[in-house]
Write a protein that binds this ligand. Structure first.
Ligand code: PMP
Length: 460
């Protein structure tokens, strides 16, 4: 992929430990050094062009060269490059962005707390819930419900909420009280012969059974991505979220929508919760919030949660939580401009239209011999590769064929992501009809070449 004689690559190998990378393999393989971006494309240091069909890390809504975001950062850097919001301080960009998020998010979400990453935001959610329940005099109400294959980040609390073995194993996680419920993905977790409706009912019965067994008075919150993304692009079965919402209301459990990937039009609706018709108490936003041009995340929450926290004047009385960069002026200025662009150019509407084209285009591969399931909503999609279509038998070991497809993707000039053997697509919201058709065509070539590879290596 790159030339190890290249000094940048050598310097990288000599000095870095990469996130989500096999360190020893990286020493042999070296980095793919990306040098610039334009629209939905990025270019490596040798000038090779790639369609960034995962929008970086599911995050660059406006494309890789938006001058208005550069200008917004530049202007804010000149005016006030840094200030904080501890101890009654404030600055205009974070005030204006908070106001904008309250306006854009569903009714009832009226308060905002900023962090720099999705992980920090989810740690903040955990601590807010704990703090709130201590304030309300119910210190035992501290546990969380999450789902197997859910992704909520990698810090100690958010990593505990995540339901993926490799985020737990060898890290001594989970480290907070969390129960991972069955993953709401019918294709993989449905029983033999179980309809989708029966599957939903089973999952809701399981959730209530766990709530009653643990005691509702011990459960603080239920967290989930409306459409599970990083764990393998898995839309929920019909009726799932309405049922979970009802359980949370019945048992006084905070309902937390992790919209870090779903938010701002990704599913073809403004937010994932809107897409699936439920109202969370807390929404977690990041990634497309700034198109990831600057690190920023936001916890948006209800007045009920705010009041419980604000009224906790009994002991110390100060909400002792916050980051040096909470509401960073340059990040929030860029976020505000990014959201203006999303609105002015109707990028959410574009996601609805282009999303329909992407989903339809990819459905043609449902008949491909390698493809077990094509799934997704709006501009996020997953194609699960299987060894046997009829029995849904997975490749052994899982991930080897997915990795081969990912690498073939690079050769075909398209950056995708393999989650095990599921190939994920999540292109920038600015995609055009022509871009979608090209992405679908390249995906076809990736599948065919992967099929050849599987046959040649005898991997079935
Ligand atoms: N929640 C979700 C749903 C995510 O997809 C991610 C990141 N992929 C996170 C939280 C964590 O965000 P970060 O990497 O910014 O910590």
């Amino acid at each position: 992929m790159n030339k190890l004689s290249n000094s940048l690559a050598q310097a990288d190998i000599a000095t870095s430990l990469h996130p989500y990378t096999n360190a020893r393999r990286h020493e042999e393989k070296g980095p793919l050094v990306i040098s610039r971006g334009k629209g939905i494309h990025v270019y490596d240091e040798h000038g090779k062009e790639y369609i960034e069909a995962l929008a970086g890390l599911w995050s660059v809504a406006v494309g890789f060269d938006e001058p208005r975001l550069v200008e917004a950062a530049h202007k804010q850097m000149q005016a006030l490059p840094y200030y904080h919001s501890f101890a009654h301080k404030a600055h205009e960009p974070s005030i204006r962005l908070a106001e904008k998020l309250v306006e854009m998010t569903p009714q009832g979400l009226d308060r905002v707390f900023f962090t720099s990453s999705g992980s920090e935001a989810n740690d903040t959610v955990v601590k807010m819930a704990w703090y709130m329940n201590n304030a309300l005099g119910r210190p035992e109400k501290k546990k969380f419900l999450a789902r197997i294959k859910g992704y909520h980040g990698i810090t100690v609390a958010s990593g505990s909420l995540t339901g993926l073995p490799y985020n737990h194993m060898d890290f001594d996680l989970p480290a907070i009280p969390v129960h991972h419920l069955t993953c709401p993905h019918h294709y993989r977790f449905g029983h033999e012969g179980e309809s989708e409706a029966e599957f939903t009912q089973r999952l809701l019965a399981e959730a209530e059974e766990v709530i009653l067994r643990e005691g509702p008075e011990t459960i603080a919150g239920f967290i989930g991505e409306p459409l599970m993304a990083a764990g393998g692009v898995m839309p929920p079965p019909a009726g799932y979220w309405k049922g979970i919402e009802a359980l949370c209301r019945k048992h006084d459990i905070l309902l937390i929508a992790d919209e870090v990937i779903n938010g701002f039009g990704r599913l073809g609706s403004s937010f994932g919760a809107v897409h699936y018709g439920f109202t969370p108490d807390i929404m977690v936003l990041s990634k497309q919030l700034t198109s990831s041009y600057m690190p920023l995340a936001a916890v948006v929450f209800s007045e009920k949660v705010y009041d419980a926290i604000a009224d906790n004047t009994g002991r110390i009385g100060t909400f002792g939580h916050g980051f040096t960069a909470s509401g960073h002026p340059v990040a929030t200025a860029v976020g505000l401009e990014n959201l203006k662009i999303i609105e002015e150019r109707d990028l959410m509407g574009n996601a609805t239209r282009m999303g329909a084209r992407l989903q339809e285009g990819l459905r043609q591969y449902a008949d491909h011999p390698l493809v077990g399931e094509v799934r997704g909503a709006g501009l996020i999609a997953g194609l699960e590769l299987v060894a046997d279509k009829t029995s849904k038998r997975a490749f052994d070991p899982v991930g080897k064929v997915g990795l081969a497809a990912f690498e073939i993707g690079h050769e075909e000039g398209m950056i995708i992501r393999n989650v095990g053997d599921t190939l994920a697509l999540c292109p920038p919201l600015i995609v055009t009809e022509g871009d979608i058709d090209e992405i679908v065509a390249r995906m076809g070539r990736i599948l065919d070449r992967t099929q050849d590879h599987v046959s040649k290596e005898g991997l079935v």
